[in-house]
Ligand binder design. Structure first.
Ligand code: FUC
Length: 795
């Protein structure tokens, strides 16, 4: 590549006939754009694009650009059943030891006999890099790079010696490709070398005509053996990417394993990528054929058409919700500067940008038919990523999907539903081998192979409510859409079999045998192995309630539902402890100085909904005490969860404080469990390191300030609570297209912290109950009807 570079520099000295190019606009509308006046210097400054399956990070370097890319099914390992045969023989001993107060012995026994085989799961992997070399572009002027959330296109502009250069990058879902357009303002001024490489050890690159072809085999997991000495399954997935290059003017030269384009005006690069993954049980796919088919599908489609198709596909989702919180001069500055000053200036337009960024990231990482967004969405550049970039289901994966239904992106939750259905299969064997029970169970993590057994260490891995928590999302989908077919065919089978497991799993509390408890388990990830953590009980109560209601709606399984009802009322209730706090465990042992990031026992407040100031004021007060103990810091996702908690407690200003505490610049790449959470300059959430959950938790937290629809009246109709936790720092605003449970779409305007108008579209014809500042208005509706309501209509 180096010799060719020289050749290009020389050829640049040739004079061109120049026509001024006028297509480059420099003004930036910052309300829906992230933009910067310099290239990214690290990965967490690069800008993400994605089509649900392929993700890419655009650095925007001028001379030597890297576009790092991923394909969501490239993981280490192969189909694997992680269950530990016969683990259930130790279950009763674990319980006995815990009841006897021998936590240490139980922990030891758990690690020896109750864990997944191997002890851990496998890892999401990076795929490759597109390398673009633009000789002579080291000294540039008028530099700007951006990501426009309105059309999901990332753009780079700059000038070299009076010639303007523009790059556009987008990941198209309809085209299943990453598309890059390079353009110069003068004929013959575009010269570059394009190549592909990969961080994997086993890969090769070749050139065939105008295509660069990368073929490889996934690296093995970065550890050879689990803690139990068992070998991790070898990696079996193969992969292929093809970069096809088309140019307008000039010529194309093949050079070793790269392609040079000389003296062109424009060029378009199409990247397609695939692996041999078919599903968690089948890796017989042919990545070469898939790439050939993807490219064939692009044949004959001009760039403008592909771009229009991409934009209309994206906008079909994105445009459903708009949010305007006002803007000011501050909003016009580059995004990194806006983030740096946000703690002082509290610019509301950065809040709306972050809100929409969460929606953008969900649309870009999770589409029907794809894998769900993992700990990093689909963006990962490391062979040994933090926590394997898999799915941690004791909060993180669920947080990713909190905004889906409420921000009118139901379709984007589809991959999560499919994953839960897979887990309801793999989790059956875990239920059988680890608990000798029917139904299905999943613990605190899963991966591409749908591992469901306890991993890492007994003290936090033995936590059986991961699948039950995930099941909540299928129920939500029904609550928002009223889709009975979905309820019958997809949600109910999952809920029913998860409930069947817990009906067998709950055991009497020896001290008070009329009560049932969960265990062995833990309160994620604090305090070690115990019997009866509060969070489990809240989750199981919720699961049973949803299953019972689904059975009633579907008019099935009356006896089963009656059995669940009976068990449900025997589950240990929430308890208030000696500090006035909500108890995290059966015993009143909470430490008021504990600052742990997980506040698991507030699950009942959010996302559970069994605690709320209106319905359970004492428990809500106890939740406030707990939150005040835990403080306002933490990892990125912990801060994001606290926005949601505070909004559910109707504490708008405190919710805003938590949002501010999340919107602080974080540069750290080092894992920190205690503090330093924030945002990177590309507005990715920082745990640290990068973890995408906080982005999604922020978006849902902002919605919880503006609309809550989880409370119900005595007939089961949903309250639409309007502006329930509006922060005084967001006094004026306008939102449209939010979804409320029961099938409503809401637009609201507020001024000086007061509701001015609300427009509601009834999608299903359910009864509408709006509540604002303690006053309600109820209307029967018909499907499709739109209602306009002013503040004076409330009584
Ligand atoms: C859980 C959390 C960590 C991190 C990891 C992916 O272990 O406790 O903070 O988010 O998941």
């Amino acid at each position: 590549m180096k010799n060719l570079h020289l050749l290009l520099v020389l050829s640049l000295t040739i004079l061109f006939s120049c026509t001024r190019f006028s297509g480059i606009e420099k003004k930036v509308d910052s309300s829906l754009t992230l933009w910067y006046d310099k290239p990214a210097t690290e990965w967490t400054e690069a800008l993400p694009v994605g089509n649900g399956r392929i993700g890419a990070m655009v650095y925007g370097e001028t001379e030597s650009e890297t576009i790092q890319f991923n394909e969501e099914t490239l993981w280490s390992g192969q189909p694997h059943d992680y269950a530990n045969p016969g683990a259930h023989n130790y279950l009763e001993d674990l319980r006995r030891l815990l009841w006897e107060g021998k936590q240490h012995e139980a922990h030891d026994l758990g690690n020896r006999h109750f864990m997944s085989q191997p002890f851990g799961q496998l890892s999401y992997l990076p795929f490759g890099n597109i390398l673009l070399n633009f000789p002579g572009h080291n000294e540039v002027t008028s530099y700007q790079r951006r990501l426009n959330l309105e059309n999901a296109v990332s753009t780079v502009f700059y000038e070299v010696d009076g010639v303007q250069f523009k790059r556009e990058v987008f990941a198209s879902a309809p085209a299943q490709a990453l598309i890059i357009r390079l353009e110069a303002s003068e004929n013959g001024a575009l010269n570059f070398v394009a190549g592909l490489d990969s961080p994997h050890s086993d890969y090769e690159v070749s050139v065939d005509g105008n295509q660069i072809i990368l073929k490889g085999k996934a690296n093995n997991y970065h550890h050879e053996r689990g803690r139990d000495g068992t070998k991790y399954p070898e990696s079996k997935l193969t992969f292929e990417a093809r970069l096809r290059i088309e140019h307008d003017g000039g010529g194309l030269v093949e050079y070793d394993d790269s392609i040079a384009v000389l003296k062109a005006r424009k060029a378009t690069l199409y990247l397609v990528a695939a692996t041999s993954f078919v599903n968690y049980n089948d890796i017989s796919g042919n990545p070469e054929q898939r790439c050939i088919d993807y490219l064939a599908n692009l044949e004959g489609k001009p760039y403008q058409k592909l771009k229009e198709d991409h934009i209309s596909d994206y906008q079909n989702l994105f445009n459903r919700v708009s949010l305007d919180l006002g803007s000011s001069e501050i909003s016009k500055r580059p995004t990194d500067q806006r983030l740096s000053s946000f703690y002082e200036d509290e610019d509301p337009s950065l809040v709306s940008l972050l809100f929409q960024y969460g929606r953008y990231l969900l649309i870009s990482s999770s589409r029907p038919g794809t894998q769900p967004a993992n700990l990093q969405g689909i963006w990962n550049d490391r062979l040994a990523p933090p926590w394997d970039s898999k799915y941690t289901i004791n909060v993180n994966a669920e947080m990713n999907y909190w905004p889906a239904e409420m921000t009118n992106l139901s379709e984007c939750a589809e991959p999560l539903f499919s994953m839960v259905e897979d887990l309801s299969q793999t989790g059956q064997n875990v239920a059988k081998e680890h608990y000798n029970l029917e139904g299905w169970v999943a613990h605190h993590n899963t991966d591409l192979w749908r591992g469901a057994a306890p991993i890492n260490d007994a003290d936090h891995g033995i936590w059986p409510t991961g699948g039950a928590w995930l099941s909540q999302h299928l129920w939500w989908h029904y609550q928002y859409t009223g889709d009975k077919g979905f309820l019958k065919n997809r949600a109910y089978p999952v809920l029913k079999e998860a409930s069947r497991f817990f009906a067998g799993y709950l055991v009497p509390w020896p001290e008070n045998p009329e009560w049932l408890v969960s265990g062995p388990s833990n309160s994620p990830e604090l305090g070690g192995l115990v019997m009866g953590p509060t969070m489990d009980h809240q989750i199981i109560r919720n699961l049973f309630a949803n299953t019972i209601e689904a059975a009633e709606i579907l008019e099935v399984d009356e006896d089963f539902a009656a059995m669940l009802k009976n068990k449900r009322q025997k589950i240990v209730p929430n308890q208030i402890g000696k500090h006035g706090q909500l108890q995290e465990w059966l015993d009143d042992v909470d430490d008021p100085n504990e600052k742990h990031r997980h506040i698991s026992h507030l699950w009942g407040l959010h996302p559970g909904g069994e605690i709320h100031p209106i319905t359970t004021p004492e428990l809500a007060e106890a939740s406030k005490v707990t939150l005040s103990h835990r403080g306002d810091g933490g990892t990125g996702w912990a801060r994001a969860w606290k926005i949601n908690f505070r909004a559910r407690l109707l504490e708008g200003d405190h919710a805003f404080l938590m949002l501010k505490n999340l919107m602080v610049p974080s540069k750290s790449q080092e894992t920190n469990y205690r503090d330093r959470g924030g945002l990177y300059f590309n507005l990715f959430d920082s745990h640290p390191p990068f973890q995408i959950d906080g982005n999604f938790g922020a978006t849902s937290g902002i919605v919880e300030m503006l609309l809550q629809s989880h409370l119900r009246d005595e007939n089961g109709d949903y309250y639409q609570d309007l502006l329930p936790a509006l922060p005084s720092k967001l006094p004026n605003g306008k939102i449209s297209g939010l979804k409320g449970r029961g099938g409503f779409e809401l637009d609201m305007t507020w001024e000086n912290e007061d509701l001015v108008a609300v427009k509601v579209k009834s999608l299903l014809g359910n009864k509408l109950i709006l509540r604002y500042q303690g006053k309600t208005i109820a209307r029967e509706t018909t499907a499709g009807e739109t209602l306009l309501i002013g503040p004076g209509d409330f009584s």
